[in-house]
Design a protein around this ligand. Structure first.
Ligand code: PLP
Length: 390
């Protein structure tokens, strides 16, 4: 019998893709499914970005490029990140990757190993925990509590530190909760990281989608640029999920490791896709702004609608495009509720536990969906829950 490397047993998955496949299978049988599972904008990539990619194809951007990214894109990203985060980033500190996800993979491979502890939010993007386990490090979850607006529990964080803490993962605004980490807490985390020499992976993929206040990056606090791997990308803000274009920003000692992992895996990111990224950053920002304004509007509709359903409550997400309602009043686990909603009500959403154990009692709905579909889903959800408690 064929045997595989042990480490494969430690690798997790991203449930959104599994639920999407199940929902598609039901659709193939003729069932009507409302899609609230996958985290991607329902908007098309802006036209000027698509045209830039087509132009790049005709202009010969069909070859291998430099491992860390095309110089013109690294310059554009360095400028954009410097401006949005209020820090000075050089192009040498930028590593372009096929989607932002590899930055999580590469950071864990480069920074953590057996014997190390990695602090991360829970519930959160499932790839963090999966990758911590994969590299043999010990995951140290910090529960994100609704009572603390789904921010980091600072007391718990401080109590979880140990001499073995190697890396802290932050995600603000956060998936799946829409919570943000207040600047004062980021400041405290920065002080801890600097005093103990702990690296921080700051996943800022939703920083362009913060509805309350101004986004603050931990990289902007004193001493933190030397310790931060800032992750961002084009998937969400420019509606480019399928293009696969993201990046990491880190000091050269870390950026070199990210590049080395790139040359050993993907070689480089598709050249014409990178030219589309240049157009995204230098071109008109109105399409992205319009999309974010629309998400802000839908956020009100979905949250108001969820709170209008008896025994359901939903905190107002402050960023990203996810609603994370509390279903604790129902005598049903999150996983069972999500599964029954798909099978019995034709609503595809995710169990809070798809994001970790502390997601129990919640569901995640991606509201990157039309107003009509949101209203339709709310009606079906209300009917289903009413029958459930009848
Ligand atoms: N980080 C978070 C928190 C996400 O939610 C996602 C995508 O859903 C990513 C990273 C990965 O983004 P990309 O599609 O660019 O790889």
């Amino acid at each position: 019998m064929v045997t595989y490397a042990r480490r494969m047993e430690r690798l997790g998955t991203e449930t959104a893709f599994e639920v999407l496949a199940r929902a598609k299978a039901l659709e193939a049988q003729g069932r009507e499914i409302l899609h609230f599972e996958i985290g991607e904008p329902d908007f098309d990539t802006p036209t000027h970005i698509k045209e830039a990619a087509i132009r790049a194809l005709h202009d010969g951007y069909t070859h291998y490029g430099p491992t860390a990214g095309l110089p013109e894109l690294r310059v554009a990203i360095a400028e954009a990140v410097s401006k949005s985060r209020g820090i000075a980033v050089t192009p040498e500190e930028v590593v372009v990757t096929p989607g932002a996800k590899p930055i999580i993979f590469f950071t864990l491979l480069a920074c953590a190993q057996a014997g190390d502890e990695v602090i991360y939010p829970n519930p959160s993007f499932p790839i963090y925990e999966s990758m911590i386990n994969f590299v043999g490090a010990t995951p140290v979850p910090i529960p994100l509590l609704e009572s603390a607006a789904f921010s980091f529990d600072m007391e718990r964080l401080e109590a979880s530190l140990s001499p073995r803490t190697k890396l802290i993962i932050l995600n603000s605004p956060g998936n799946p909760t829409g919570g943000i980490i207040p600047a004062a807490d980021l400041h405290r985390i920065a002080e801890i990281a600097v005093s103990r020499g702990i690296m921080v992976l700051s996943d800022e993929i939703y920083s362009g989608m913060q509805y309350e206040g101004t986004p603050v990056s931990i990289a902007a606090f004193p001493g933190m640029q030397d310790l931060t791997i800032l992750l961002d990308g084009f998937s969400k803000l420019y509606a480019m999920t399928g293009w696969r274009l993201g990046y990491g920003v880190a000091r050269p000692h870390m950026a070199d490791h990210l590049s080395k992992l790139m040359v050993n895996s993907a070689s480089c990111t598709a050249s014409f896709v990178q030219m589309a990224g240049v157009a995204a950053l230098y071109g008109p920002q109105e399409p992205a702004q319009r999309m974010v304004a629309e998400f802000r509007r839908r956020r009100e509709i979905i949250v108001q609608g969820l709170n209008a359903i008896a025994d359901l409550s939903c905190a107002m997400p402050q960023g990203a495009f996810y609603a994370f309602p509390n279903i604790r009043a129902f005598e049903c686990s999150s996983a069972e509720m999500a599964s029954r909603l798909l099978q019995e009500a034709g609503i595809a959403c995710l169990s809070g536990t798809a994001f970790g154990e502390y997601g129990e009692g919640y569901l995640r709905f991606s509201y990157a969906n039309s107003e009509g579909n949101i209203r339709n889903m709310l009606e079906k959800l209300a009917n289903f829950l009413q029958k459930l408690t009848a």
